[in-house]
Design a protein around this ligand. Sequence first.
Ligand code: 9D3
Length: 245
Amino acid sequence: MRVHVLTLFPEMFGSPLAAGVLRRARELGTLEVWVHQLRDYAGGRHLQVDDTPYGGGQGMVMKPEPLVAAIEHVAAADAPRRILLSPQGIAFSHERARSLACERALLLICGRYEGLDERVKAHVDEELSIGDYVLSGGELAALVVLDAIARLLPGVLGNAASPADDSFATGLLEHPQYTRPEDFRGARVPDVLLSGEHAAIARWRRQQSLRLTLERRPDLLAHAPLDATDRAFLRKLGWRDGDGG
Ligand code: 9D3
């Protein structure tokens, strides 16, 4: 997959792309990332990319000309899916990551200032937000989206950690994990995990997942694939089918 990024802060992408999964995906040749400086597409003596808002108000708005010139220049090469990171976007999700991982090329457009001229939106395919909090620009959101997609590309994780086992892939929060030592400052690893009884371990993990999801993210239970045993266990904990959306 080829991913283009359009930003006023290319330097924000250096370290994240040079470590971990993103580095690995690039080394494998599975992922190619091209970061473009938006200012290179600005005109005038001052290479201005922003201006005051029509109608008045606080802050600055990104001008349409540099953004659209950059989008058109980058998109001419390999017709990427054009994605604008924006607080007004649709909520990014693992499901969205999975479907974007099937694209041949993406263009991630990062805004700054109070936002961008509305007319730019006619030149993008979709708008994504990564959550209900205010960031100072789209760059960190683009990196979040890129990380979530890169780990789904074929061969990036290897067999050890299959993305199919991910939480949100199973629709539930993950069960707790333990490693050595058996006793850490008096806190012991649950006996069942030391028992070697694979069926009992699987049951315990499933129940922990269900318990944690009910406690923290009951909204997930509405869409999680639950069997009759799961439902019976959840009902014992006070869950009523239909709870939490
Ligand atoms: C003053 C009103 N704000 C809109 C909610 C202005 C504003 C805040 C933050 C305009 C742009 C930004 C910068 N944020 C992003 O570009 C962004 C973002 C975010 O702030 N939260 C979650 N996801 C995203 S994706 C891009």
